[in-house]
Design a protein around this ligand. Structure first.
Ligand code: IPE
Ligand code: IPE
Ligand code: MG
Length: 237
């Protein structure tokens, strides 16, 4: 890679969609699709590590997803808890720093405790930052950032407004993380579904037909490499 250029993408964000359809096609319960999706998530983590992508964000559970049938929400929370409880050794071995973005206060206390544990346990890792968007909504993030920015001003003895974009950017859920350069959505749906609305301003958007459990390491690596080459050619022009 040309050393004069910034590495690209600095941040890949994925809308992991299609688990339910993957399960339905196999006449399996939806949760089996989510289980298979965890394998794709691990593969994505390893691909980003191998390709030198510094940040990977996975859209794991949206604020809208709280409105799914209670049984599915419960199963997703159980699966999430198990992932968080078991993933520490793998993250340590891969030098992955774990972060969670979203209204984490809405998560079951057990899940939130695991989120906090894993965040603290991996804080010193430096190879890849893995962000899970959990109980996440883009509009809610912007609202939360505006309220936090105004509250910080008041705490500093100043007027709460007017606010500038930089004030809001400084109070997002992960203000130190660069915005995504590449956003990928699987399953053929062409929408953002309330994902990273503030941060996606300059992102390249790629929509692929594969269902998330079918989107394997090879496919993601090929996609990121192709996008990287396209970006390099564009910068060279
Ligand atoms: C994405 O798969 C995973 C979550 C939103 C938790 P879906 O569950 O949305 O799968 P489809 O879209 O119904 O196939
Ligand atoms: C987006 O997928 C949310 C996640 C991948 C976590 P959804 O399947 O929930 O989104 P919609 O309902 O199709 O917009
Ligand atoms: Mg879906």
């Amino acid at each position: 890679m040309d050393e004069h250029h910034e590495p690209w993408p600095r941040h890949v964000a994925v809308i992991m969609d299609g688990n339910g359809r993957w399960a339905r096609r196999r006449h399996l319960p939806r949760i089996e699709g989510h289980r298979a999706g965890v394998k794709s998530a691990r593969a994505a983590m390893e691909v980003c590590r191998d390709l030198g992508v510094p940040v990977l964000t996975l859209y794991t559970f949206s604020l809208e997803n709280w409105r799914r049938p209670q049984a599915e929400v419960d199963e997703l929370m159980r699966l999430l808890h198990r992932y968080l409880a078991r993933e520490a050794p793998r993250l340590a071995a891969n030098r992955v720093r774990f972060r969670a973005l979203g209204r984490l206060g809405m998560l079951p206390a057990k899940v939130r405790a695991k989120v906090e544990e894993l965040t603290a346990a991996t804080a010193g890792n430096d190879r890849l930052t893995l962000c899970l968007a959990l109980s996440y909504g883009g509009r809610a993030e912007i609202v939360d950032a505006i309220n936090a920015a105004a509250a910080a001003r008041v705490a500093a003895g100043r007027e709460p407004g007017p606010l500038a974009p930089a004030d809001i950017a400084a109070h997002l859920y992960a203000p130190d993380v660069p915005p995504p350069d590449l956003i990928i959505r699987t399953s053929g749906e062409v929408r953002l579904s309330n994902f990273l609305l503030w941060e996606s301003v300059g992102a390249r958007l790629v929509f692929v037909p594969e269902l998330w459990p079918d989107f394997n390491a090879k496919r993601l690596a090929a996609l990121v490499s192709a996008e990287r080459a396209r970006h390099a050619a564009q910068v060279a022009r």
